[in-house]
Ligand binder design. Structure first.
Ligand code: ZN
Length: 362
């Protein structure tokens, strides 16, 4: 599909350099890849580790069109996160906040469609990681049984879990039931299975809100204490639209303590809300990202509702990637060039090395 020349693009998106690397280039050892020139190549991530190919309801962007978006922006790796919570089918709703009172409950529906779409559209320039987003954290009893269903229907295809909601305040109007401590105890069988298979799990667990920034921290702490061996990814670093005025120093110190205590914890810095509503990624965050750069995953948190277009995805990828521009070279390689993702997933791909000044002068 050709780009529509009349489609307005944000200046920042229009100014992004052309991506220069295909998927195969990442399969070479780092020394054999062309060094990465940060002035001439995009600062946006090559790994979108938080992407929703289907909306809460209604039509989605077609797979062919999505693949075109990724290709145009140099995204070569993507996590397909449901979306897991589907609005009641007879509601006619597309976005949960437009349909308060309509239930949005975890379901296998979108995972199954995603599995079929990925199988039907092989693409040698894109690595898709399918994710189990059906898991209902307040009804954990049937999870192992459903994973066995996935094993039968999609053998070996689902290598991630999440995004799952522990506590998502924004969804409370859609009958989302937050997980409690007893529920978390009852996750043990499926958490053991995920650990055995080295499947990471992305959890959305709001830290709190502007009235009480750490109101729900105890939930994530309990998860981390209970399952220290699992690869847990904390979506949005616990931030949200409900928590936009927290002192960044307090936030960063809470995150650092958890990263120090739990070596398998990773943070997801996806979602344009974080950039828009927060700090515009001020210096406190930059220092933190540089210091803990091997513990951070990038992503857009784009939801591919059918009414959206290329410009919407490009804008969200650009905004969520803007912070990469200011990272040091190590952090840029770890986060934006995929080194963390490849290590976590034990993939046979490698991030390129950043060009040295002498290489650039050649
Ligand atoms: Zn998300």
């Amino acid at each position: 599909m050709e780009a529509d020349p009349a489609e307005p693009l944000d200046d920042a998106v229009a100014a992004l350099p052309e991506p220069q690397r295909d998927l195969a280039s990442f399969a070479l050892p780092p020394e054999e890849q062309a060094c990465f020139d940060r002035d001439q190549e995009p600062y946006t991530t090559v790994v979108d580790a938080h992407f929703h190919p289907r909306p809460f309801g209604g039509p989605a962007i077609s797979t062919e069109e999505l693949y075109e978006y990724f290709d145009r922006l140099g995204v070569r790796f993507v996590n397909y996160f449901g979306i897991g919570q589907v609005l009641e089918l007879d509601s006619g709703c597309t976005y949960y906040l437009d349909c308060i009172g309509t239930a949005a409950k975890p379901s296998i529906k979108n995972d199954f469609v995603n599995g079929m779409e990925v199988a039907a559209h092989p693409n040698d320039n894109l690595h898709v990681t399918l994710s189990m987003t059906f898991i209902d954290l307040v009804n954990p009893d049937i999870v192992v049984e459903l994973i066995e269903l996935y094993d039968r229907e999609y053998p070996g295809m689902f290598q991630w879990a999440g995004e799952l909601n522990v506590m998502k305040q924004a969804l409370l109007g859609n009958l989302h039931e937050p997980a409690g401590l007893k529920h978390i105890d009852d996750w043990a069988p499926f958490m053991a299975l995920l650990h055995e298979r080295a499947i990471p799990i992305t959890l959305h667990s709001d830290l709190g809100n502007d009235e009480n920034p750490t109101e729900f921290l105890y939930l994530m702490d309990y998860v981390l204490e209970s399952y220290p061996d699992n690869d847990i990814v904390w979506a949005h670093m616990g931030l949200s639209r409900e928590l936009t005025t927290m002192d960044p120093n307090q936030h960063v110190s809470i995150m650092s303590e958890r990263l120090d205590s739990y070596p398998n914890l990773m943070l997801d810095i996806s979602w344009d809300v974080l950039y828009d509503a927060y700090h515009q990624w001020g210096s406190v965050f930059l220092e933190f990202f540089n210091e803990y750069s091997d513990r951070i995953l990038p992503g857009s948190d784009f939801v591919a509702a059918g009414y959206k277009s290329y410009g919407d995805y490009a804008r969200e990828l650009e905004i969520t990637g803007r912070v990469h521009k200011f990272l040091d070279d190590d952090a840029f390689r770890n986060i934006a060039l995929g080194a963390n993702y490849f290590r976590l997933m034990d993939l046979d791909y490698h991030a390129p090395l950043i060009c040295t000044p002498s290489e650039l002068a050649m």
